[in-house]
Design a protein around this ligand. Structure first.
Ligand code: GZL
Length: 307
């Protein structure tokens, strides 16, 4: 389109192909890698021109990336907000530039839902609840104290906040289940390992590890082995995501239960982007389909796992 069109969020000067600006959190975990691959592949398949920015986990970089998309006059902006708060200003700038925004993966705490057209992602509270309910079943009818340590995801992120609260609410049903230590491992394998080493130093009797993602759980497994304990046996482990490395550990008996969090949001995002660009109404909230896996189910699912 002409220069003034692009200023008003025109076609970004590339003819009639939709131009989508996507701001990604970073590359902190196997889940994130799979999510990025899904978005890129789906954009190609949908014939959408993708401008992709990786913020390396920094909110100020994401805000700069979104501002850059506004300046470039892309047709639609989508992003996965690294944390829940601090987005209202930049979302208002996109709205003032007539550029619609779609949220994927993580939520924002903005009260003004006119700032984005749709939020496509998992119900993290339900994921935490599923993890807690599995644990309740393991200790049903027993009357022994159960010491739980928790590796939280990125501080202030929607998955960390909601997986923590969903799990806590679920385990309230059995007062023997106690979270004795809880600390962030930032969704990273290396951090999961160092924090678990600290837990093992300070807590002489750990029965269960609840890790907000597979990567931190896999790092913790290294620390548990180094301490001469058997992961999955001496310490039961529950994680979230169900990426290939996590499912491999689950099938091997080193993890006991995984709550799936699907990263394959690309197709739903591109369908939503096309509708938004065409001025069609879209659902404000699109929840991802996902399940859970036991050790037996992991063995069956592994051969056909896409990520
Ligand atoms: C969840 C996503 C989380 C994953 C982690 O939708 O935001 O971030 O659970 C990833 O593995 O780092």
């Amino acid at each position: 389109g002409s220069s003034d069109d692009s200023a008003k969020g025109g076609d970004g000067g590339s003819g009639d192909k939709i131009v989508l600006g996507f701001s990604q959190v970073g590359a902190e975990s196997g889940w994130r890698t799979a999510n990025t691959e899904s978005i890129k592949a789906s954009a190609d398949a949908a014939g959408i021109t993708l401008k992709f920015a990786n913020a390396n986990g920094k909110q100020e970089q994401q805000i700069a990336d979104i501002r850059s998309f506004i300046t470039q006059g892309v047709d639609v902006i989508a992003f996965s907000p690294v944390v829940t708060s601090g987005w209202d200003a930049v979302l208002k700038e996109a709205k003032d530039a007539d550029i619609p925004v779609v949220l994927t993966d993580r939520a924002v705490d903005s009260q003004d839902t006119s700032l984005y057209k749709s939020f496509i992602g998992s119900d993290f509270k339900l994921e935490g609840k599923k993890a807690g309910e599995w644990l309740l079943k393991q200790y049903e009818g027993k009357n022994e104290p159960v010491n739980i340590v928790e590796l939280q995801g990125t501080t202030g992120s929607a998955p960390a906040l909601d997986r923590q609260s969903g799990f806590q609410e679920a385990i309230k049903a059995n007062p023997n289940l106690k979270i004795v230590k809880s600390q962030t491992g930032d969704f990273k394998r290396a951090d999961g390992k160092t924090v678990m080493e600290a837990f093992l130093q300070s807590e002489k009797d750990i029965d269960v590890l609840y890790a907000h993602n597979d990567d931190m759980g896999l790092g913790a497994i290294e620390a548990i082995k180094a301490a001469g304990k058997k992961p999955g046996t001496d310490i039961k482990i529950i994680t979230v995501d169900a990426v290939k490395d996590g499912m491999t550990a689950l099938a091997a008996g080193e993890i006991n239960f995984i709550v799936e969090c699907s990263p394959l949001l690309g197709d739903q995002l591109m369908q939503t982007v096309k509708k938004v660009k065409a001025g069609e109404s879209v659902e404000q909230r699109i929840v991802t389909e996902e399940t859970t896996f036991t050790q037996e189910q992991a063995k069956e699912a592994l051969p056909t796992r896409k990520y």
